[in-house]
Write a protein that binds this ligand. Sequence first.
Ligand code: NAD
Length: 415
Amino acid sequence: MVGSKVLNLALDQLKLASERLNLDKNIYEILKEPKRAILVSVTIKRDDNNVGVFQGVRVQHWDVKGPFKGGIRFHPNVTLDEVTALSMLMTWKCAIANLPYGGAKGGICCNSKEMSNKELERLTRRYTSLIFDYLGPHRDIPAPDLYTNEQTMAWIMDTYSQLRGYSVPESVTGKPIAIGGSEGRKCATANSVAICTREAAKKVRLKLKNAKIAIQGFGNVGYNIASVMHKMGCKIVAVSDSSGGVFCVDGINPEQLFLHKSKTGSVLNFKKCVNITNDDLLTSTCDILIPAAMENQIIEKNADKIKSKIVTEGANGPTTPKADQILYEKGIYLIPDILANSGGVTVSYFEWVQNLTRTHWSLNEVSTRLVNQVIKAFHEVEKLSKKERSDLRTSALMLGVGKVADAINTRGLWP
Ligand code: NAD
């Protein structure tokens, strides 16, 4: 497959890991292509009675270890290539986290900020019905991502269940608790980011108490990271969203900032803070930088100006390979997305298991299991990076790709 920049980056990562693993070239050829890509035209009635037509996509990369799993995003940048690249990352992420899943990703190219709740509901339900044949608790299980949330998942679960004729809570994860969601799912991604950052801080001898943190993005992942790390004693000095950012050397209270954003629509003009741009945020003076918004934010142009000791990738694909190299040469400890943000899919797995077994675990049980899984994955990746004398991204990729390749070899190719 030849694709755009974002897809080529994912393919380059696969190539690098395959070469370092000395992987059979047939396995590499298999993993380069997604198993299935579904393109749909999502047609809905707009509130003004006109018709809206949006391109929807679901890409299922490889399911050799179990059903497909991955988020659904609503964003104007959604393309087949972007979603294919992200589905590939999901395959490696699930393998690193030792989850019995294959990678998938989906999305609709739309500006959800300009759509009413009713329009978003019609869009979600129509999209679900169009890909219905390829979904299901043992086929493909969606979850939230950029500009989708637990309400979106409730609509998908309801549409899937209506079309099946009975309730199937295990058909999606990231649902509200009232319909089978898991305790601890909302802040699961943030928790794995925080756990990995804590482990990395020990490696670089950074004290977390009063450590200065800058976070790009203040949505599900970014807000919860701010909240969790504030409770761990860190000082949140900078936060941004799509409108820009705010900086305060004395620290920002994330709960008050959340209320401010709910009232005003953005983080800008928060008390005692100065407004900054998203570029300023990335290069601000801090100990830990956490991109938690979009792809391609830390790039060749700004990587050299990054001042933190640790970069933890809450978002998927926020750092380009050239920037990666610069950060590595500067001695910055970077925890890659496929390890750092794996808490989301890990608690999604817990939710799926609870739904399949008709049980409900306590928050304590979910949190204990999550901490154990993330610490195990972190140290597996870290150990391999020492052995291979590589950065953490390369060792994480090697671990993920290696596990998937083993599974393909073991199952064999049919017919
Ligand atoms: P979200 O829609 O809840 O929040 C996105 C945030 O990013 C918003 O605050 C938005 O204002 C901000 N943003 C958008 N464009 C921006 C820009 N150009 N500069 C700065 N900020 C910008 O989405 P989310 O669920 O928090 O996802 C964020 C990232 O984390 C994505 O890369 C997603 O793939 C990844 N991720 C999410 C989950 C999950 O469980 N939700 C799990 C793993 C990874």
